[in-house]
Design a protein around this ligand. Sequence first.
Ligand code: PMP
Length: 470
Amino acid sequence: MTPPPPASPAHGANSPAARDIAHVLHPYTDQKAHREKGPLIITGGKGVRVTDEAGREYIETVAGLWCASLGFENERLVRAATEQMRKLPFYHAFTGRSHMPMIELAEMLIERAPVPMSKVFFANSGSEANDSALKMIWYVNNARGRPQKKKVIARKKGYHGVTIASASLTGLPANHKLFDLPIAGILHTETPHFYHEGRPGESEEDFATRLAEELDAMIVAEGPETVAAFFAEPVMGAGGVIVPPATYFEKIQAVLRKHDVLLVADEVICGFGRTGNYWGSQTMGMRPDILTCAKALSSSFLPISAVMVNERVFEALAEGSHQIGTWGHGFTYSGHPVSAAVAVETLKIYDEQDLVAHAAEVGALMQRRLRERLNDHPLVGEVRGVGLVAAVELVEDKAARRNYDAGRKVAARLVALGEENGLILRALPGDSIAFSPPLVISPAEVEEMVEKFGRAVDALSAQLRREGLA
Ligand code: PMP
């Protein structure tokens, strides 16, 4: 057995950092670089801020992973969890078993749905929710006697998770080629990013028309009788915070209706106020047949996700049980009572504190301040976003809209400068920095976040100039 390599001198032999390096295999991490750099160990949080083991405080500009919507402390959620743990710490939902937290949460989600929905299936993560939605679609088309209608179209730069099927739906090369994905029957259509994909002289609406025509052509080429569903985030998150152009979803949905293709809205990031409405579907004019959500559903205090289905999909599932065999899908922790109790309490807090309206208000401020501070910056190509989700894209050549060579790792350098300025930042593919702070962020904290970020961008600019790169 090879002994673990020694921790770098910066980490004491028995320090938490050294123990991390010795034993933890981190998700989405350069494993080799991690042995040198070590972890950033977070020990506590309060509001929009987290604290590391050295006592340094940071604003969490992405709410962890776009998810800790109520920030990093909440006594009501602690109470909801402990009370439920005492009452009934676990029960499952297989073969018709049930419990009150799950019933209440399903009811609340159906009441709040952006379009009439019929039933809710629970899982534990966004990936599982999307896998479950995909299996529902396949099962339903088997039940309806059209087993050939199974293909699914998602979009380049979409993000739907990392399990085998959800990673296949994801439209990012790094999630595919190194893992022998996508699986068969999953296709990707163009990303609706006007800044990069729009053609000279083309209006945003013309661009939307072109993308809808491309989708139509793809469905026709594949054979409409073989295409079952279209998966889309209302606003793409991890692929770069891409807000589709005006009229995009209206035109896309007309194509889907024409070919009897179901629409799945992946609201894992956009759900629960992020885009300034309760659902991203409302912001973008989507009328999904199936809706997946997670993250802010429980403010991420515990893992839980949900798949909402409309009556038509549910009826086919129900009929299918007798026609082709029981819907044999579910997780041990589907609708876990403690997670469900925390989610119920989270949704009550959103209502009581009118947090969706708050997100719309501070979101508008964040969009405005980011643009005022950075639109004219030589290093910034585009500031984009809606509500309380945004991205700032770094470019080498502003006029040509050209990013730096990936090897320069400019976004990673900005993340490091952010840390020095008291911000935890998240770099996305294509040198974009994401903003998706907790919904509870105050206007003063938005100002502070933008101010510190502006300083970090200036510092990066100065570094690049010194290196002759800007
Ligand atoms: N869908 C979207 C839109 C997401 O942003 C994510 C995670 N960032 C997922 C699905 C996958 O969720 P999870 O990491 O909980 O599996």
